[in-house]
Every structure is written in structure tokens, then in C-alpha cells.
Design a protein around this ligand. Structure first.
Ligand SMILES: [Zn+2]
Ligand SMILES: [Zn+2]
Length: 748
């Protein structure tokens, strides 16, 4: 990563410092440097190159060779050159840097100027329309630089040398405050005052950010949050909050050093943290995360966030994507004003267009590593380096939490989080972004990788690409391949894919797969026993259906007479109807989804009957875990893995009055032991000791850490996902890796 992160000026500065002559130039392939000077200085230059690079720069490789008979009179930065279509990378957006924050405190044209940026920080991907990265190809094009900005832009030693989005109060974008549809002010002091008064008095703001609109309100105000949920049409989904600073965030959440690094990184993601309730401080609103022990916390990353917190008395505000239900985040000013002006108290827009929409990214630290759950702002479009040639491959991704992936050289460019391909708006976002990625990265499509399900929007989109070869890929094989690609594995491994749902090649729903596989092919060794899923897809949002299915399988009709929370919370007529459906096999596809078993346990314990958001039941169940408890339930294994004994154990515990937290922990421990024992059995018969864990269930911290620890203790080499989501957001990368491998083996 050397484009748009201030790399050339950095090279210039260190070359001058070490008394070297020559030049530096960005090409589409890399950055080229010619230097001449004495050997010692050249060596210290190379050392500085590696150790002092700008924060967002990432050097993959430095190749050096000696060139004879070249003479230079000074050191220069040469103009960008379109060398070939093998473009280099586009920088993701970078949180405002410390120096720019100081600039807005000083006098001059940047005093209190909210769109300050430099080569080390500011918008990038969200404003880029095309390459090479120049102002004319960004949404900053309509803002001609003033003489002052121009001078800095052209001055090599300046921090704003060639900072494409550079701007100041004299020439750059401005915020615009609206009440209703009426423009109230463009004066930043007035705006900050109005917004902070509004937030403190329980109001709701729609404000335009880096990658789209946000909705904001006081994180301590229950009424405001309830209203915000109504506007978004999102009842229970946890809401992200932005804290004034790390010190304040620490009062409300446990933050270890790895978590701290993620929070303070230039990517500024939402970090999922374990909640704390300080005894001597006002408590955060309960409606933020209704019953979960996790909080999604981020720190300020735009200059405006800092400006606002300077005045704002409340130390934390809800800052959630400005969208409705599952639609994409709104980016257009006209649309934002139309949709939000009558729902919120104030709308704050700015006149710098957002070209590429991004949501805030979400990460969680598990087993000491940052794990990306939602990969978007400030992570995209960083590529994944692949083991084989990916040129021309387009991987269309899954149906839910969709991301797609395009291949260029040996790089895989994953799109930002698109969302569930259900509604029209999201589908349009998907199609538009796909077209943009193909153009931006100059991809000439030659091979298409899709899910096996023909009725997916993603699969149907591929059909619109004309007569190109298409590879259909099994969902869980893609999960494992995604993790393998991320970890640079290209060999036979034991793959454990645990998730909620995915189409299997026997026509059933899979989701608890134990594979022996490589990138090209897999064999399914075993899985959890199939259970009917009365109601099909809708059952995934209604955990009680899975509970009834499991109880009916193990106890027959007798279960309806038991004293169980799920039965008290469900309508007996609905339960009879479900039993009828199962007896007559009407709309009861078979599922082996591990996520469904977590749903079922959450339902049986009375935690969640109808989910307000995906994986609510499993997340509530994980919230209860007591790591001190090491007990587990029985289970058995024949052709598949049977959990009948597990359910009997759970019911016995309920009868004995064992706490939900203990039952939840014992269930987690049972799943961990199933993973370990099964993998161990596979190693015993095949001698493979590399284990790859993927699928949404491994976003469960207790489960992932438990499984990794147990496997490592027994000399397994364990791999899990980190920079690419383990959920369906990572599927496209797996599809890409499988397609590349099969093409290489000439199986296409
Ligand atoms: Zn800066
Ligand atoms: Zn200016």
C-alpha cells in the first residue's frame, strides 16, 4: 500500500536526510526508486524505508538491484505514470491524524475547519472514482484549490504535498445544517453548538460521515434511543457508540492492550468489548444492547467528531448507520434530506460527495487477534495476497452479509460489506459496486465463481455476464477455502465449517461440516445429525421452531407436557401446527446447521423465541457463559453426530433448577468437545494435523478460544480467520481461491 498514503514525500524526505540523489515514482505496479550515493547511506536509507514508513503504508516487498552508469543532480519526485493495467492498491480511508487535529486548533484557514486532511490522513476509497489517484478523479474535483492549499500541495517538504483531498476553509467543502428541509447554517461554530444542544436535550441527528449517513443521539438517554430504533425500524439490534476518548470508554468496557491497539488504529473500527457498569457513574442506556454483555465501541475518526466532543457534555453518543431496516446506508444529500428531515430533529450534511459507500467496520479481539466481523470503512479495498493467479476471476459471494471479490494478478479485492441481498436497494448497491470494482481494478472477467444455489441474487447476477465459464461452489467449502487463502494454505487440511445455513450437495441445508479438503475439492467426513426445520428459511429468525423440532425428535409428543420456558413463551396451537408439519413433512427441509442448535438452546432456556436480529439467540447464549465451569453434556457419534443425549442433559438440568448460565456454558463446552474429538478422530485415520476453522459460529469468542486451545494442546496446527470475516462476508474470498486453484489444475 503506497498510493495515497504519503509514501513518495516520505521517500523524498529520507533520501534528502541520507544525502542521496535520484528519484521516486508511483507506477501502476508499485513504487520505483532510483538512488545514488555511498553504500553506507544507501543501507541506512533502506533501513529507514522499512522502519519509518507512514502509518497506513504497507510494504509487501522491497526488491533492489544495482544499475551502473546513472547520474543524478538531485532527488526528485517524478510524475505518476500509467505503466500498465496491473494497478497498485487504493488506500482505504484514514482517521484524522494528530497533526491535522492540531491544525484545527491553530489560527489561519484551517482554524476549526472540519475537512482538514493531509497525506497521512483523510478520505480515500470513499471519494475515489478512478485511478490513478488524482484529485480530478475524486469527488474533490469540484473544489479548486486556493493559492495557499496549492502552494502546500506543490511543496515537497510539506505534509500536504500531493495530498489529493487537501482543502481549507477558503476553498474546501463545508457542513450544512438543516431543520426540516431548510438550510439553517454553514457556520461550524453555530453547527457544533446546535448539534450538541440537540443531543443533550434528547434529540436525534442525522449526520453525514465519511462513508454514509449516521444517526446519532445521547448514549445515556433511553427515550432518545427508543425513538432512534423506531426511525431505523430496528428493534433489538445492538447499536454502536462513539466515546469521547479511550479513558472514558474504559469506564464502561474492559479494554486489553490488543483491543486498545484496534481502537486507536488509523482504521478506527467498532470494537466489540465486554461491558462494565461503573458504580459511581451514570449508566449507559439499557436499550443499547438489550441483554448482551458486549458493547460496540469506536473512537472519533473525523475532525467533526473531535469538534463535537469538545463541546458535548455527554461522553458517548450512539453513532449508527443511517439506513432503514436492512437497506444500505444512505449517501446522497437529497435522499438523506428527504428521508431524515421529518424523522430526526436535525440533519447535518456536507457538500463533499461520497462515491463509494462504506459502513463502519466491526471487529472483535479473540485469541489475541483482531477478527473482522464487518469489513468496510478503512479496511476496504485492501487486497488479500493469494497463492495463485486470480486474474479475471469474479467471485459473487453469498446471499447474506454479501461481499464479492474480484481478482487481479495475485491479489483478491474484496468489496465492502454489501448486506443481505434481499431488498431492491441492496441488490442495486451490489450491482453498482460490482461494476465499479471491475472498472476501477481493470478486471477483464474470464471466470465466474458462484454459490451452488441457483436462486441466489449473486448467482443470478453472474448469469448476466454472458457466456463465461462458471464454477458452482459449495458454501462451506468456500468458508474453509476463505480461511485457507487468508492463512496462505494450499494443501490438504481438516476443515471445520460451523454456521447457520448453506446449501449442501445432497440438497439439504448444511452448517456443521467436518471436511478433509484442499482448495480444489472436499470430502464430507461427518456433520451434526439432520433435523427438520419446520418453516424452512423463516425458522432461522424464529429459534422456537428449531427447539420444537429437536424436542419432538428426542421426546416425541411428550415434550409438550414438560415445564420448559420455551413452552411457556410459545402458543400451544403453533406448537401443534409445527408437529403436524413435521409429521406430514410439509415445508420441513433438513438442516445440520450448528447455529440452529445454539438457536434451539437459547429458545429452550427462554432467552429468545423470535430473533430481532441475526444470531440474537446464540449471542445471548454466549453472553451467559461462565468460563469457570468445565462441565459438558454427553453426545454420540455414528454416521453423523447425535445430540439427543445433550438435549436430555439440558432438560434434566432445567428440572433440577440449574442456572441458565451453567447450562449455556455446558452446551458450549459440549460443542467444543465435539469439534476436538471429531477432528482428533479424523487425524487418527488420515494423519492430517492442520485444522481450519471457519463459519459464523466461530465469531463466538468462548467457542473459538476453547476449540483453538484444546486443539493446540493436542499438537494440532490451528488456523482461523482474522482480516476476512468468518461469517458469509468471507465466502467470496473462498470462492475466489477455489476457482483459482481449479483453473490452475485445468479443471475448468
Ligand atoms: Zn493529517
Ligand atoms: Zn484552501
Amino acid at each position: 500500500m503506497i498510493q495515497g498514503v504519503g509514501f513518495r514525500p516520505f521517500v523524498y524526505r529520507i533520501a534528502i536526510r541520507h544525502g542521496l540523489k535520484g528519484w521516486v515514482q508511483n507506477t501502476n505496479e508499485n513504487v520505483s526508486i532510483r538512488i545514488s550515493g555511498d553504500q553506507l547511506n544507501i543501507e541506512s536509507f533502506l533501513y529507514s524505508l522499512k522502519t519509518e514508513a507512514p502509518p497506513a503504508a504497507n510494504i509487501e516487498e522491497i526488491l533492489t538491484e544495482e544499475i551502473k552508469d546513472m547520474k543524478f543532480s538531485d532527488f526528485q519526485i517524478l510524475k505518476s505514470d500509467n505503466v500498465s493495467d496491473d494497478i497498485t492498491e487504493i488506500s482505504p480511508d484514514i482517521a484524522v491524524c494528530g497533526e491535522c487535529l492540531q491544525d484545527i486548533q491553530c489560527k489561519g484557514s484551517r482554524l476549526d475547519y472540519s475537512f482538514v486532511n493531509c497525506t497521512n490522513c483523510g478520505p480515500r476509497f470513499t471519494i475515489i472514482k478512478d485511478l490513478p489517484y488524482d484529485r480530478a478523479k475524486t469527488t474533490m474535483d469540484p473544489f479548486p484549490m486556493c493559492p495557499g492549499c496549492r502552494q502546500e500541495y506543490e511543496s515537497i517538504p510539506d505534509r500536504r504535498f500531493h495530498a489529493q483531498p487537501t482543502a481549507c476553509a477558503d476553498c474546501g467543502p463545508v457542513y450544512e445544517l438543516y431543520e426540516g428541509q431548510e438550510l439553517i447554517s454553514t457556520d461550524i461554530k453555530t453547527i457544533v453548538e446546535c448539534i450538541s444542544v440537540c443531543i443533550e436535550s434528547g434529540g436525534i441527528i442525522a449526520l453525514k460521515g465519511l462513508g454514509g449517513m449516521h444517526l446519532a443521539c445521547d448514549a445515556f438517554n433511553e427515550t432518545a434511543i427508543a425513538r432512534l430504533r423506531e426511525i431505523k425500524n430496528r428493534e433489538g439490534k445492538p447499536l454502536a457508540i462513539m466515546f469521547r476518548d479511550l479513558e472514558t470508554a474504559r469506564l464502561y468496557a474492559e479494554v486489553n492492550t490488543t483491543e486498545e491497539t484496534s481502537m486507536l488504529s488509523w482504521r478506527r473500527p467498532i470494537v466489540l468489548l465486554k461491558m462494565k457498569s461503573p458504580a459511581d457513574k451514570p449508566l449507559l442506556a439499557k436499550k443499547l444492547n438489550s441483554g448482551l454483555n458486549l458493547l460496540g465501541i469506536m473512537l472519533p475518526y473525523m475532525p467533526f467528531h473531535y469538534q463535537l466532543f469538545r463541546l458535548l457534555k455527554t461522553p458517548a453518543m450512539v453513532l449508527t448507520s443511517g439506513n432503514f431496516s436492512s437497506e444500505p446506508i444512505i449517501i446522497d444529500n437529497t435522499e438523506a434530506l428527504e428521508k431524515f428531515s421529518f424523522l430526526t430533529d436535525t440533519v447535518l450534511l456536507h457538500n463533499r460527495d461520497i462515491y463509494n459507500r462504506t459502513d463502519d467496520s466491526v471487529v472483535r479481539i479473540m485469541a489475541g487477534k483482531e477478527r473482522v466481523f464487518r469489513r468496510s470503512r478503512s479496511y476496504v479495498p485492501s487486497p488479500v495476497r493469494m497463492g495463485s493467479e486470480t486474474e479475471g476471476i469474479i467471485a459473487f459471494g453469498a446471499e447474506l452479509s454479501n461481499c464479492f471479490c474480484v481478482g487481479k494478478g495475485r491479489k483478491a479485492f474484496l468489496s465492502q460489506h454489501i448486506g443481505d441481498l434481499k431488498g431492491l436497494e441492496t441488490t442495486l448497491f451490489y450491482e453498482q459496486t460490482l461494476e465499479r470494482f471491475i472498472r476501477l481494478f481493470r478486471v477483464k472477467a474470464s471466470l465466474l465463481a458462484v454459490d451452488m444455489r441457483l436462486d441466489y441474487v449473486s448467482t443470478r447476477t453472474a448469469a448476466g455476464f454472458g457466456k463465461l465459464p462458471v464454477i458452482s461452489i459449495q458454501h462451506h467449502h468456500a468458508h474453509i477455502a476463505s480461511c485457507m487463502a487468508e492463512n496462505k494454505l494450499d494443501e490438504t487440511v481438516i476443515g471445520v465449517a460451523f454456521d447457520g445455513t448453506g446449501f449442501g450437495d445432497d440438497g439439504n441445508t448444511w452448517g456443521s461440516e467436518f471436511f478433509v479438503c484442499d482448495l480444489a475439492a472436499y470430502s464430507r467426513i461427518t456433520h451434526l445429525e439432520y433435523l427438520p426445520l419446520p418453516g424452512g428459511d423463516s425458522a432461522s429468525e424464529e429459534p422456537w421452531r428449531m427447539a420444537v423440532s429437536w424436542l419432538y425428535k428426542v421426546f416425541g409428543k411428550e415434550f409438550t407436557g414438560m415445564d420448559l420456558p420455551v413452552l411457556h413463551q410459545s402458543n400451544p396451537e403453533n406448537i401443534s401446527m409445527l408437529i403436524g408439519m413435521m409429521d406430514r413433512k410439509i415445508n420441513c427441509p433438513l438442516t445440520a446447521g450448528a447455529g440452529r442448535m445454539f438457536d434451539a438452546v437459547a429458545s429452550i432456556l427462554g432467552l429468545c423465541q423470535v430473533a430481532a436480529y441475526p444470531a440474537q439467540g446464540p449471542m445471548l447464549l454466549e453472553s451467559l457463559v461462565q468460563p469457570a465451569c468445565t462441565e459438558k453434556y454427553k453426545w454420540s457419534s455414528a454416521r453423523s453426530i447425535c445430540l439427543d443425549e445433550t438435549l436430555k442433559g439440558i432438560i434434566d438440568d432445567i428440572r433440577l433448577g440449574v442456572k441458565n448460565s451453567i447450562i449455556a456454558t455446558k452446551f458450549h463446552n459440549t460443542i467444543t468437545s465435539i469439534i476436538f474429538e471429531t477432528v482428533n478422530g479424523i487425524r487418527f485415520s488420515g494423519g492430517i494435523s492442520k485444522v481450519v476453522l471457519s463459519g459464523g459460529v466461530f465469531q463466538n469468542k468462548y467457542l473459538l478460544e476453547g476449540a483453538e486451545t484444546l486443539l493446540r494442546k493436542n499438537n494440532f496446527n490451528v488456523f482461523s480467520q482474522s482480516s476476512v470475516p468468518a461469517n458469509d462476508g468471507g465466502i467470496a474470498l473462498g470462492q475466489m481461491a477455489i476457482a483459482a486453484k481449479r483453473r490452475k489444475m485445468k479443471c475448468v
